[in-house]
Ligand binder design. Structure first.
Ligand SMILES: Nc1ncnc2c1ncn2[C@@H]1O[C@H](COP(=O)(O)OP(=O)(O)OP(=O)(O)O)[C@@H](O)[C@H]1O
Ligand SMILES: [Mg+2]
Length: 272
C-alpha cells in the first residue's frame, strides 16, 4: 500500500537480478504512487535498464517481487503487459514504415479493439504533434520526432504506467523540451504514472516528482529532488547530489563514457 493508503502504481520489494555470477540489481525496494513521475538515476551499468526490464516482464527476476498496476510481474505477467507502455533505450520504431503504419502495428500488438484503432491512432498522432507527418517514412524523421512517435506507440492502449528508458538521449534541447511537455501532459490528461531513466539532471529537475539513485545495483537514496538537495546543504544542485552518492563513480567513468558513446552511435546508426 502507498503512503496514502491507496494501492501504489508500483510496489517493488527486494527485487534482484543475477546474471551468471554478476549481481546487476541487488535487492531493490521502492514504491511509486499513481500519477507520479519517478526517475531512476545512476551511472552506466548501475542496473537501471535491468530494473525496467524486470518491471516490464521482459527479464525474469532472480528473486524478490514487484507489482505493477496491482499485478505481479511474474505470476500475472499478461495483466501487467496490458497495463503498461514501454519505450526501450534503443530506437524501437521501424524506419521503413510511416508513423501511421508503426502505430497500427502497436495497436494490434497491444490488442486495441479494431473499431477503435483509427480513432486512437489519430488521437495519439495529434497529441504528440505528429499529425501532419503521419504518412511520411519514419527514416526521414528527426531523433525528436522518433521519440515522440515511440511515446505515441506506447500510449495507444491507455496504459496506466509508462516506462521510458532514456527518452531524450541524443536529442537537441528543443526536442528534449518537446518530449518533457508531452510527458507532463500524459500525466495531466491521462493520469498516467511515468517511470523514466535519464543521465540529465535538468530533466529530473523539470519533470520528476521523486528520484531513486542507483549505484552498483543498489538504491542509495530515494526522495524528491528538493529534499535530496537540502540533504547536501544550502545551494546544492542535483549534480552535487549525484556526485555525493556516486563517490566511487569517477574510477569507472572511462568505461561508462565509452559505453555511452557506443550506445549513442548505435542508436544514430539504426536511424539512418
Ligand atoms: N543480459 C545480460 N547478461 C549479462 N549481463 C547483463 C545483461 N544485461 C545487463 N547486464 C549487465 O548488468 C549491468 C547493468 O546493466 P543495465 O543495462 O541495467 O545498466 P544501466 O544502468 O541501464 O546503464 P546505462 O546507463 O549504460 O544504460 C551491466 O554491468 C550490464 O553489463
Ligand atoms: Mg540503461
Amino acid at each position: 500500500m502507498g503512503k496514502n493508503g491507496k494501492e501504489p502504481a508500483l510496489d517493488v520489494e527486494e527485487l534482484e537480478k543475477i546474471f551468471g555470477t554478476f549481481t546487476a540489481v541487488d535487492k531493490v525496494s521502492f514504491t511509486v504512487d499513481k500519477g507520479e513521475v519517478f526517475a531512476l538515476i545512476g551511472p552506466n551499468g548501475a542496473g537501471k535498464s535491468t530494473i525496467i526490464k524486470m518491471l516490464t516482464t521482459l527479464v525474469p527476476p532472480t528473486s524478490g517481487t514487484a507489482k505493477v498496476a496491482g499485478y505481479d510481474v511474474v505470476k500475472q505477467s499478461t495483466e501487467v503487459r496490458k497495463n503498461i507502455g514501454y519505450i526501450p533505450q534503443l530506437v524501437s520504431s521501424d524506419g521503413a514504415l510511416t508513423a501511421r503504419e508503426n502505430l497500427l502495428l502497436s495497436a494490434r500488438l497491444y490488442g486495441v479493439p479494431r473499431l477503435e484503432q483509427e480513432e486512437r491512432i489519430r488521437e495519439a498522432l495529434d497529441f504528440m504533434g505528429l499529425g501532419q507527418f503521419s504518412d511520411r517514412l519514419v527514416s526521414s524523421y528527426s531523433g525528436g520526432m522518433i521519440r515522440r512517435l515511440e511515446i505515441a506507440q506506447s500510449m495507444l492502449h491507455r496504459p496506466s504506467v509508462i516506462f521510458m528508458d532514456e527518452p531524450t538521449v541524443g536529442l537537441d534541447p528543443v526536442a528534449r523540451k518537446a518530449v518533457w511537455d508531452h510527458v507532463r501532459e500524459l500525466r495531466g490528461k491521462y493520469r498516467m504514472t511515468i517511470i523514466l531513466t535519464t543521465h540529465y539532471m535538468d530533466e529530473v529537475e523539470e519533470l520528476c516528482d521523486r528520484m531513486a539513485l542507483i549505484h552498483y545495483g543498489q538504491i542509495v537514496a530515494v526522495d524528491t529532488p528538493a529534499k535530496l538537495k537540502e540533504g547536501i546543504g544550502k545551494g546544492a544542485t542535483l549534480d552535487d547530489v549525484f556526485s555525493k552518492y556516486m563517490s566511487n563513480f569517477e574510477e569507472n567513468s572511462e568505461g561508462g563514457n565509452y559505453s555511452e558513446v557506443r550506445r549513442n552511435r548505435r542508436s544514430i546508426a539504426s536511424r539512418s
